[in-house]
Each structure stands twice: as structure tokens, then as C-alpha cells.
Design a protein around this ligand. Structure first.
Ligand SMILES: *Cc1c(COP(=O)(O)O)cnc(C)c1O
Length: 418
């Protein structure tokens, strides 16, 4: 039996020599031709990446995407996804992390050192607050919480130790929409302060975080960093966990990228491929979530059971004017508040349990509508909800079902409450 020959025309392979069959399965001869055109890019899986010779090894540069060195430093699949996400969010560079939360913590770990202080909005994504309160405190990094609905209160908290400011618009449970331009204007009085936005709700579609009309360093007109839990709308399936960190400034990106490398954050190629498959329909899905959620929010506001309906496009919802100033879409979340004097927590639970199409579960952005009850006790330090500690909030994440079916489900479940 003749042994297979390695191809001599392959510029990246060593010189041809006869090998055994098992070796031939490993050093296989077929190389795909260039110029294969298809809708979806190929999936490249790698830890090891070959170098043609030692000169190539020494010359290889991965930081600017001009070459590949190791799977953790990127593959054609992850570089493609990074490029598309930077485009989506209006940025120039992107890093991928294994979850939205790890993308948030990467930013803090890269920018903060012992003695620094970070400012969090009262409505910050709770696990980001827990990370800050526990892990960052272990490392000698302090934090303070500001009222996102009161930009003047933010100004009073910034001092020479303040290094990082988190923004979130709206809060992902209570859905109050801060005046991003006013908060940014305060932050830009302090050139050392890096401004990072958790942009999961807006998904790069509701508004452009880098074009908010407030000038900053390096010609930026918005935030310095946009973090996105791709787990939500970009995945769209409720089945992939990933996060991204998008920037417009090359030096800031490099600082984050070096930390990213030293922390060993990597994402799986199949997950990256699932996201690449979701991105072309992202805008259509987001618009569908937006449309359906506005209809549900309108319907909820016409009911008598709720003390409050929270949704940025409702004129009576906190921050509506600030939302209207920067955003065109309103996302897929709507929350209601039950007054405990009318509906104690166990009756709210009965309502949630009676829902059939809405499933009980965390997260959002997928096809299935989700519901989650939250006690308001201790949830807020500032604003009207801070005084509603005995009340229950229920958040709905509107999926892609037909709106009439969702409304019928809500109606039958409300009957259970009497
Ligand atoms: C879900 C979420 C995250 C975290 O994403 P994971 O992928 O679940 O870690 C961060 N911020 C917001 C606002 C989120 O909703």
C-alpha cells in the first residue's frame, strides 16, 4: 500500500515525505481552495496554530489581527465575530468573553488597581454590583452607588480616586432610563474617568453608545466602553452565553486586550458560530420584540391591578423623556409593580404560576416570553421604588410569540388573583 504524499504546494506545511496511514490522517493533504463563497463563514476551531518556521514564529503579531498565534488569541471565527460586533455597536475594536458577566468583570480588572474607586448606578445589573462589592473590595478597590436619575448627585461623588463610571440604560429590572447625555457631561469634567456602559438592553440598536453628542477624549462623542451580554438579543435562542467589550480607542482596547489574554478568557468556536448565525436577523428580531413589548405595555397600563407599569416608551415611566432623547426603540422588557396592600407577595406568585406561555426563567432576548418576580426590598437606595420595600415587581421579557396569545395568557392569569 502506498503512503499518502503531503502536498508540496502548501506554503504552510513542511516538505513532502511519505508517511503512514494514521499519520496521513493527521497530516492530511487536502487544503480548501481560497474564494469559497457562502452565506455563513466557516468555523475554525483551534488551540494550536502552526508556524511555517521559526522566523514566522518570531514575526507573528496577533494583537492587531494581522496573524494568528494561539486559539486564545483569536481564530478567523472569533475575529469575524469581533469585527461584526464592533460594527453593530458603532465601535472600532471588540473583545469576546465567555459570558456577559465576565465581559463586565474584565473591564474592572483591566482598569482598576488598589486604591481606585468605581461608581455604580443604583440600577446596575446586580451581579456586577456583587462582583464589585466582594471581589474588588478584596483587592482594595472601593465603590460608591449613585442615583442614575440625578446627574447632579453623580458630580458630588467623583474624586481623585474615581477611575471608572458604569452606566446602564435602562435598569434591566426597574427599567428607569437615565439621562445618558447629562451623566456623560458630568463625567467628561474629569479626564481620568473611564466611562463604561452595560449596553445589553440597547444591543447597539436602540441607540449608539459612542454617538451621544457629548464630546470626550480622542474625539469620542459617547462612552469609552460598551459591554454587551450577547447571551440576550444577539444569541436570540436562549442557548449561548457570551459577552463583548467594544471600544473606539486603540490604546484603551489594547489595555483591555492584554488583561483579557492574561486572564485566559476564551470563547468556543461553535458558540461564536451560533452568534454569527444570529446577527443577520438581530435587527428584525429586536424590532419584533420592541413592537410586541409596546403592545403588552399599553395593555398592562390599561389594567387596574398594577400600581405602576415600567417601560421606557410609556410617557409615565421614569426617564421616558431621557429615553426619547437618545433612543428610537424600547427593547423587550416591561415590568409591573404590585402594591402589597392589594396583592401580597404570595398572590403575585400565584399570578406568575398561573401563566402558561410566559415561562419562569432568567435572561431575555430569546423566542420564549419569560417572567420573573422580584421583591423590591433593598433593591433600590434612591428614587420612588426605594420606598416600596413591601411591594413585588414582576418583569416580563417578551418573546416572539403572537401578541394576542400573550395578552390572553396575562388575562387568564390575572383572574387567579381575584
Ligand atoms: C444578562 C445580563 C448580563 C450578563 O450576561 P451573562 O451572559 O448572563 O453573564 C449583564 N448585564 C445585563 C444588563 C444583563 O441583562
Amino acid at each position: 500500500m502506498t503512503a499518502p504524499e503531503l502536498p508540496s504546494s502548501d506554503a504552510t506545511a513542511p516538505a513532502a515525505q511519505p508517511v503512514g496511514r494514521a499519520t496521513g490522517l493527521i497530516h492530511h493533504a487536502y487544503e480548501p481552495p481560497g474564494g469559497f463563497g457562502s452565506v455563513q463563514p466557516g468555523v475554525f476551531k483551534a488551540s494550536t496554530v502552526f508556524f511555517h518556521d521559526t522566523a514566522a514564529l518570531k514575526a507573528r503579531e496577533w494583537k492587531d489581527k494581522s496573524g494568528y498565534t494561539y486559539g486564545l488569541h483569536g481564530t478567523p471565527t472569533t475575529f469575524t465575530l469581533e469585527e461584526r460586533l464592533a460594527t453593530l455597536e458603532g465601535g472600532r475594536q471588540c473583545l469576546l468573553a465567555p459570558s456577559g458577566l465576565s465581559a463586565l468583570t474584565l473591564v474592572a480588572q483591566s482598569l482598576l488597581k488598589a486604591g481606585d474607586e468605581v461608581l455604580l448606578p443604583d440600577n446596575v445589573y446586580a451581579p456586577n454590583r456583587d462582583f464589585t462589592r466582594v471581589e474588588l473590595a478584596h483587592w482594595g478597590i472601593t465603590h460608591r452607588v449613585y442615583d442614575p436619575m440625578d446627574p447632579a448627585s453623580l458630580a458630588g461623588l467623583i474624586n481623585e480616586r474615581t477611575r471608572l463610571l458604569w452606566l446602564e440604560a435602562p435598569g434591566s429590572v426597574t427599567l428607569e432610563f437615565p439621562d445618558l447625555q447629562a451623566l456623560l457631561a458630568v463625567a467628561r469634567q474629569h479626564p481620568r474617568l473611564v466611562v463604561a456602559l452595560d449596553n445589553t438592553w440597547g444591543a447597539g440598536l436602540a441607540f449608539n453608545p459612542f454617538e451621544l453628542g457629548v464630546s470626550g477624549p480622542n474625539g469620542a462623542a459617547g462612552v469609552d466602553i460598551s459591554v454587551h451580554a450577547l447571551t440576550k438579543y444577539p444569541s436570540g435562542g436562549g442557548d449561548v452565553l457570551m459577552g463583548s467589550v467594544v471600544t473606539r480607542d486603540a490604546a484603551l482596547h489594547l489595555q483591555l486586550k492584554l488583561t483579557h489574554m492574561r486572564l485566559g478568557l476564551g470563547v468556543g468556536a461553535n458558540d461564536a458560530e451560533a452568534l454569527l448565525r444570529g446577527l443577520p436577523s438581530l435587527a428584525l428580531r429586536y424590532a419584533a420584540h420592541d413592537r410586541a413589548t409596546r403592545a403588552v405595555a399599553q395593555w398592562l397600563s390599561a389594567r387596574s391591578e398594577f400600581a405602576q407599569v415600567l417601560h421606557p416608551a410609556l410617557p409615565e415611566s421614569p426617564g421616558h423623556a431621557a429615553w426619547a432623547q437618545v433612543a428610537t426603540q424600547a427593547g423587550g422588557l416591561v415590568s409591573v409593580v404590585f402594591d402589597h396592600r392589594r396583592f401580597a407577595a404570595d398572590r403575585v406568585d400565584a399570578f406568575v404560576d398561573a401563566l402558561r406561555l410566559f415561562r419562569i426563567g432568567y435572561s431575555w432576548g430569546g423566542p420564549v416570553s419569560l417572567v420573573m418576580p422580584y421583591s423590591l426590598r433593598g433593591m433600590r437606595q434612591f428614587g420612588p421604588l426605594a420606598g416600596r420595600g413591601n411591594d413585588t415587581l414582576v418583569r416580563f421579557a417578551i418573546g416572539l410569540e403572537e401578541v394576542d396569545d400573550l395578552l390572553a395568557d396575562l388575562e387568564q392569569a390575572l383572574k387567579v388573583m381575584g
